[in-house]
Ligand binder design. Sequence first.
Ligand SMILES: [Zn+2]
Length: 284
Amino acid sequence: MRLFDTHAHIDLPRFGSPEEQRLAANRASSAGIAAILIPGVEPATWPRVAAVAESLSAKTPGVRFHTAFGVHPFALSDLPASEDRALASRLAEALERRGNAEFAGSAAITRAPVAIGECGLDFARTRDAATRARQLAVLDVHIAASRRTGLPLLVHCVKAHGALLDRLLAAPTPPAVLHAFSGSAEVAAALCRAGHYIAFAGAVTNPRARKPKEAAAAVPADRLLLETDAPDQTPFARRPARNEPAFIVDTARAIADLRGVTLADLAEQTTANACRVLRVELPD
Ligand SMILES: [Zn+2]
C-alpha cells in the first residue's frame, strides 16, 4: 500500500525539532506513506520548507518530499499590506526553481515546487470587509500564477466557497486541490465538474462529522485526495496527540469504509490522483 499525504506542515516549529521530523518521516515510511507535500504559508517560511523537504528526502529515501509556496489567509495579519503588490514577483521568483530543477538532476526534483499554496479564503474568523477584500486580492495573485505556470493551487477555503467558486469558474484554471475540504457535497461536485480535486483530512474520522463524510462519499473516485494537515486535525482515535503523516491511514480507512472500497484500493486510487494533479512520479 502506498499513500500520498498531500498536505503536511512538517516544517512548522510546533510540529517538532529536526530530530522529531526525522522520526515522524520514518514512521510515515513504515506506515506506507510514499510521498508528502509540505506547503509554505508565507514568504518567510518558503526557504525553510525547501530545506526541510531536502533534508528529509536525504534521510528517508522511502518517502518523497515535495513543496508548494503560497500565502495562507491567516498569515496576512502578520504581513504589511504594502507588500501585497510585490507578492506576484516574489511568488514567480520562488516558482522559478521548478525550471532550474529540470537541469539539476534527480535530487533537485523534490525541491522544485509542485504546487502554488497554501493560499485561500477564510471568512469564518473575519466579518471585516477590508480583510475579506485583501484575502480575495491575494488569492487572485495565486490564481494568476497558477494560470501562468500551469501549477495546481492548494486552496484553504472556510465559509467562502461561493466566492471561491466564482473565481475558479470565471476562467479556465489548472486543476486546484481543495485542502481539508469543509464544504458541502454539492460544492464538491461543482468543483470536480470544473476539473478540481478534493482532499480530506482527519475530520472524516469523527463519528459526529456529517458534512465532510457526505462529501467524501460523493466525490468522484478520480478526484479524491488524502492529507493529514499535520500538526493539526489529528484523526479522532489518536487525539490528543499532535497529528503526523503516519496517521493518514486512519483517514484513508474511514473514507474507504464510507465508499465501500478496500483500504488498498482507496490508497492506490488516491495516490494515483495525487501524482496526476501534482505531476510527480513515484519510484516503482
Ligand atoms: Zn495547511
